[in-house]
Design a protein. Structure first.
Lengths: 228, 172, 212
């Protein structure tokens, strides 16, 4: 129930059995001196996703660390552009990576790691968006003019954060309907193929093409409004 | 493939930049993954332990039957529970019929009709077991309405549902 | 990983015996009477698997009946039951295995209203209180009226600490609603009424019993 990524389409049904245990990598996660997720030396450039996945399935925690190093930025980028807030994005990415880890440990073997992982991030983002949308509507309605003394300070929006984008661009993205924004980001930022997008969103290729087209038109219209 | 308007390119270049991770976020992730490892370790006992556990479970099932059966009974079906009175009220001036439909009557629209008490007010008093109640009003057999006085209301199956908490009657 | 099937089968047998279908039969009857056979079977299967992990069945059955009553499709009903299982499970993870059905349902509603599991965990220490479910109802109420989650939790935790009874949580809602209808902003109404209840309780008002 919980813990399974929503999409198993990209995982091969007939995954090969886990390979014989390869020697564990030098530093186990959480060992002494390990206070951040670091990449075991030399792993990053030499071993492909496939091999890392097999190692994770065989129980090698550090191999997943290497995958995280490789893809955290991608996940955060998609989630942040999707949700608009860094804090929410970090939460969504964390949930997604834990689920991905669980799925791999349970034997899933995605053909292509990156689209599969983005699919999980996408689902977590949708879940977050549902929760926070309701909350924000209520907040706006009732708390517009409250005495700041009576309230705890609301967390900052994250605007001006390092890595955050131009406010105009941000507004243009935020104005898109969620499904259009998703399609736009997957196609033009994450640069997935339409077939991959279809697998992870559940929509047809033609529907996705239409969404990307519409999204691009709308974004462009908003960005060139002032004749920029 | 849809053609990309070249005017979007500079904006896309911004969007494509990968943001850097914040150390505290990475630390939280590391902790969450460690927790996942710990959870996984608990789930998979060693083979001899597993067999022992399996045998123990099967052997103990008979002994636990009564306890589980009692726990698994449809909640509070027994006569031990003291019922509370709950009054359902709805203002519906133009309605011809109103009923309250919810968990306590298996969502049967005909089970609990409200009576018109005059001036567009419909009400019914129902004896309910204390606890969480999910319900909605059904007006003229077709229109579902939430209860404005409920703890909360939201959409369920495209129609409103309200949640109330019936307080246990005060004991001595 | 060959250990798993052995344990799995053993547990399946154990639970099949422990949770034998005596009551499941009664619940199944309602499902099969009201739903089409396919949907009824799907829901019954979900209810069974949920009960094997210790989640209550009745709310799940009621969810299906609600869907039927409101004219939902079989798919929508199955989706809703699944979602409820997920929410109840999350609520239980946050609050602990020993909370009652009412508390679980309200916790699930709180999650739906915007609380996170981590925030819910703050109330975990109070789960033995008799008014725990009442406190959760108060939490759901505050969240649904737009009080920020952290604030809501602060208030409810304080009220639980002050050993307010379920009736007093209910009166909070009544009084706040009344104040709001008279024009008081919700922040003020909530803060004032909650503080008053806590103060009143400290000076010897009606308290609640803690379950042994």
């Amino acid at each position: 129930m919980t813990g399974q990524p929503a999409v198993s389409v990209l995982a091969t049904g007939n995954a090969p059995p886990p390979p014989e245990a390869k020697p564990a990598l030098a530093r186990p996660r959480g060992g002494p001196g390990c206070d951040r997720l670091g990449s075991p030396e030399g792993l990053q450039d030499v071993i492909g996703d496939e091999d890392l996945i097999q190692r994770v399935r065989a129980g090698d925690a550090a191999a997943f660390d290497a995958l995280v190093d490789r893809y955290y930025g991608t996940c955060l980028r998609f989630a942040w552009r999707s949700l608009g807030q860094r804090d929410d994005a970090e939460d969504a990415v964390q949930e997604a990576l834990v689920r991905a880890y669980r799925a791999l440990r349970r034997g899933q073997s995605p053909r292509q790691f990156r689209p599969w992982l983005l699919g999980i991030v996408l689902n977590r983002c949708r879940s977050h968006a549902r929760r926070s949308r309701r909350r924000r509507l209520l907040l706006e309605r009732w708390w517009a003019r409250q005495d700041p003394e009576a309230l705890r300070v609301q967390p900052a929006d994250g605007a001006g954060d390092d890595g955050d984008i131009d406010p105009k661009l941000k507004a243009a993205l935020a104005a898109l309907r969620p499904k259009l924004r998703e399609a736009f980001l997957l196609k033009h930022v994450e640069q997935l193929r339409y077939e991959e997008m279809a697998e992870i969103t559940g929509a047809s290729v033609s529907a996705l093409k239409m969404r990307v087209k519409r999204a691009s038109e709308q974004v462009l219209a908003m960005l060139t409004e002032d004749g920029v | 493939m849809s053609e990309l308007d070249p005017r979007l390119e500079p904006w896309l270049a911004t969007l494509r930049k990968e943001p850097s991770a914040r150390p505290e976020a990475r630390a939280r992730l590391a902790a969450a993954l460690r927790e996942e490892d710990a959870r996984a370790a608990r789930r998979i006992p060693s083979p001899p332990a597993a067999l022992a556990a399996a045998i123990a479970v099967v052997a103990l099932t008979g002994a636990f039957w009564l306890a589980f059966e009692r726990w698994n009974t449809p909640e509070r079906a027994g006569a031990v529970v003291e019922l509370a009175s709950a009054q359902f009220v709805l203002h519906a001036r133009d309605a011809r019929s109103v009923s309250v439909v919810g968990d306590f009557n298996d969502w049967d629209p005909r089970a609990t009709p409200l009576t018109r008490t005059g001036d567009g007010v419909w009400s019914a008093v129902v004896r309910l077991r204390p606890g969480t109640v999910r319900y909605a009003y059904l007006v003229d057999g077709t229109e579902w309405r939430a209860d404005p006085h409920a703890v909360t209301s939201h959409e369920e199956f495209g129609r409103p549902t309200s949640i109330a908490y019936i307080v246990p009657p005060e004991g001595p | 990983m060959s250990v798993r099937p052995i344990i799995g089968t053993a547990f399946a047998c154990a639970f099949a015996l422990a949770f034998a279908p005596r009551h499941a039969l009664a619940q199944d009857a309602r499902l099969y009477k009201r739903l089409d056979p396919q949907t009824a079977a799907a829901v019954a299967a979900l209810v069974d698997s949920a009960s094997t992990i210790g989640l209550p069945s009745e709310p799940l059955v009621q969810k299906a009946l609600e869907g039927q009553s409101k004219g939902a499709s079989g798919d929508a009903i199955v989706r809703a039951v699944r979602a409820l299982i997920r929410d109840l499970s999350t609520a239980r993870d946050a609050l602990g295995n020993d909370v009652g059905v009412d508390a679980l349902l309200l916790a699930a509603a709180a999650l739906d209203a915007g609380a996170t599991p981590t925030q819910l965990e703050r109330l975990r220490p109070h789960r033995s209180r008799e008014s725990f479910a009442g406190g959760l109802a108060g939490l759901v109420y505050l969240l649904s009226r737009g009080v920020p989650a952290e604030q809501s939790l602060d208030l409810i935790a304080a009220m639980l600490n002050a050993r307010l009874s379920a009736a007093e949580f209910a009166s909070l809602q009544r009084l706040v609603e009344r104040d709001m209808m008279a024009g008081t902003p919700p922040a003020e109404a909530v803060a004032v009424r909650a503080r008053a209840l806590i103060r009143h309780n400290r000076s010897g008002g009606l308290g609640e019993r803690v379950r042994p």
